[in-house]
Ligand binder design. Structure first.
Ligand code: VGL
Ligand code: ZN
Length: 193
């Protein structure tokens, strides 16, 4: 594990209550990402590296919701308790929050899609990205693939991600796709995920 410096950035993807156990769109073991992400947040603060947190920030009538014919139950409606970050997640005071998928008519799984994320990373001089959060097979996947496309050295924190797995194996396939695209998949010893 290389030492971090101010040109590193951590991107915490959608660690929001609706994606945690008991939430409207709960990801299995979703809460397991919090502890490793807290350790990464501490490392970033010590190194002067930036921390970004993306959040799903849907209008109540978002097209991805079942009531509108979409695939998902209503979740992460802007301003509701379900859209709040996990209480146990220790985001730093200077964390940059990126809200996404706020247009009722458009889905946006990537944190780069329709947001200021790229501009803010460029302004911060970020070169190397460390990405974890929820969910492996949707918003982590899309954010990682866009980060690679934008030319960042992109690391996926496998211990800090969990999949929705609408179809069994989706999480593993998403990881393979990210790796094939050029992302560096950090594999802690003994972790098959
Ligand atoms: C997500 C499904 C719907 C995600 C967001 O954050 O991966 N998945 N909205
Ligand atoms: Zn969503």
């Amino acid at each position: 594990m290389p030492a971090l410096d101010p040109s590193d950035a951590l991107i915490v993807v959608h660690v929001q209550r609706d994606f945690l156990p008991g939430g409207a769109l709960a990801v299995g073991e979703g809460d397991a990402v919090v502890e490793p992400l807290n350790r990464w947040i501490d490392r970033c603060r010590a190194a002067g590296a930036r921390v970004f947190a993306t959040r799903d920030w849907h209008p109540p009538d978002h097209c991805s919701f079942e009531a509108q014919g979409g695939p998902w139950p209503a979740h992460c409606v802007a301003g509701t308790a379900g859209a709040e970050f996990a209480a146990s997640l220790r985001l730093p005071g200077d964390c940059r929050v990126i809200s996404q998928a706020s247009d009722p008519a458009r889905e946006a799984y990537s944190g780069f899609d329709g947001t200021e994320l790229l501009t803010q990373l460029q302004r911060a001089g970020s070169r190397r990205l460390w990405i974890g959060g929820l969910a492996t097979d949707y918003c982590v996947r899309a954010t990682v693939l866009d980060a690679v496309k934008e030319g960042f050295e992109t690391h996926v924190l496998t211990e800090a991600i969990r999949p929705v797995e609408v179809h069994p194996g989706d999480g593993r396939r998403a990881l393979e796709e990210m790796r094939a695209a050029g992302a560096i998949v950090e594999e802690p010893a003994g972790n098959e995920r």
